[in-house]
Ligand binder design. Structure first.
Ligand SMILES: Cc1ncc(C[n+]2csc(CCOP(=O)(O)OP(=O)(O)O)c2C)c(N)n1
Length: 398
């Protein structure tokens, strides 16, 4: 057993979580406290609520590609006479810190429904960063908040905290427990799609990488990349939306003689489109970014959600944006064969290069989470790249 074969929950481990409310009950409570608009980006806890909000005429439901932008829009909305709720996981709340500080300064109320407190049966270690960012923002800014436990009366809490936000003229947050909101009636429709899949993309990248270092994204593809490379520290993933491409960029700068491949998701890249301008300007030649474009946030199929459109699903063309930003080497692939050709060139020729892999089909991974705790891979990769002598993961050979 190597250091990376760390214990993980069995795939059959019971899911911890108690449904506390249907999405409809939460929306009724939001309406009762005068919420007119919601701004949101999906996560596994809120996704059923967002689907229900989209279909409820009482609240205008706005999907955003990054949460801090939603927070800033809610500030403007209040100026104009509206009352909003920000629905976000903890990582997005962390991103919104600066905007919330301004809202506190200006006495602008907003109700925040967030998730990942780091308590109550959390079983994915990679949610730690989300919990730290979200709870850190609440504590650091002194935002009044309540961490709900499984089984709590969530609609009552929404009514109570929504009222408080308005009375105190301040942001107020409810931290939702895992799997606490159900869709209510009706099962999610599964959409059958044809064409290349995220699994195909991962397999081609692994086959074509040579000695390339790989940085995956928060989506399914990281699980596909991790399966079968469990002893390989040169394949790691970045679990925060939007930061796969920047992390791969920095790694490529530090390792100029080695190819570096960022395997990013369309939802992740569109949350930080400005990185494409940065890469065009200063991106290193050994960097290749493969964007898996499936038109949405495919990962939430795991939570039994309806397909969640990302900006690509609304028509954003990542290849066109990259070209408009000044990236000179942009290609697109629709089949594994085309992707193989694009990658072979990208890895051989100087870049930076962007390959958009149109992969509408999502394969649910065999084990739907990164196989290894990221701290182990992070530290092992750094050691591997900076240590003058070869090491094995089982231990230092000296
Ligand atoms: C800042 C932030 N907000 C929200 C999330 C929750 N989240 C996890 S995976 C994911 C979707 C990723 O979409 P995409 O990059 O298109 O990959 P796919 O799910 O399609 O594989 C989201 C929104 C997150 N990880 N980070």
């Amino acid at each position: 057993m190597t250091i990376l074969d760390s214990p993980r929950p069995a795939a059959t481990a019971p899911l911890v979580g108690v449904v506390s409310a249907t999405a409809r009950e939460i929306i009724d409570a939001l309406v009762d406290v005068g919420i007119s608009h919601s701004f949101a980006l999906p996560d596994s806890v809120n996704v059923h609520l967002l689907d229900a909000l989209d279909g409820d005429p009482r609240i205008a439901s706005v999907r955003v590609s990054t949460e801090d932008v939603g927070a800033a829009a809610l500030h403007g909305l209040w100026l104009g006479g509206g009352n909003g709720v920000l629905v976000t996981e903890g990582s997005g709340l962390g991103l919104s810190t600066l905007v919330l500080a301004r809202m506190i300064n200006d006495r602008v109320p907003v109700l925040i429904l967030t998730s990942h407190s780091g308590l109550h049966g959390e079983r994915h270690g990679y949610h730690q960063s989300s919990a730290l960012a979200g709870m850190g923002t609440l504590r650091g800014l002194g935002i009044a908040h309540h961490v709900a436990a499984p089984g709590d009366d969530l609609p009552a809490l929404v009514r109570s905290l929504g009222t408080t936000a308005q009375a105190m003229m301040s942001p107020v947050a409810l931290v939702l427990p895992l799997r606490s909101i159900t869709r209510g009636k009706g099962a999610a429709g599964r959409v059958e799609r044809t064409g290349m899949s995220d699994l195909d993309v991962a397999q081609v990248v692994l086959a074509e990488r040579g000695n390339g270092l790989i940085v995956g994204s928060p989506g399914f593809s990281s699980c596909h990349l991790a399966e079968g490379t469990s002893d390989d520290v040169t394949v790691l993933s970045q679990q925060e939306l939007g930061y796969t491409t920047p992390m791969a960029w920095g790694l490529a700068m530090a390792q100029p003689h080695r190819p570096v491949i960022g395997v990013d998701g369309d939802g992740s890249v569109t949350s930080r489109l400005s990185v494409l301008a940065d890469l065009a300007h200063t991106g290193p030649g050994n960097l290749t970014i493969v964007v898996i474009d499936n038109g949405g946030y495919g990962t939430f199929a795991l939570a039994g959600a309806l397909p969640q459109a990302a900006p690509t699903g609304w028509g954003v063309d990542i290849a066109a944006v990259a070209r408009a930003c000044g990236m000179r080497h942009v290609t697109e692939a629709r089949t594994p064969e085309q992707l193989r050709t694009c990658l072979a060139i990208a890895i051989r020729e100087p870049g930076p290069r962007l390959v958009v892999a149109h992969a509408p089909r999502s394969e649910v991974p065999a084990f739907p989470e990164p196989v290894r705790p990221s701290v182990l891979v992070t530290q092992a990769l750094r050691h591997h790249l900076t240590h003058p002598r070869p090491t094995t993961l089982a231990g230092d050979p000296r």
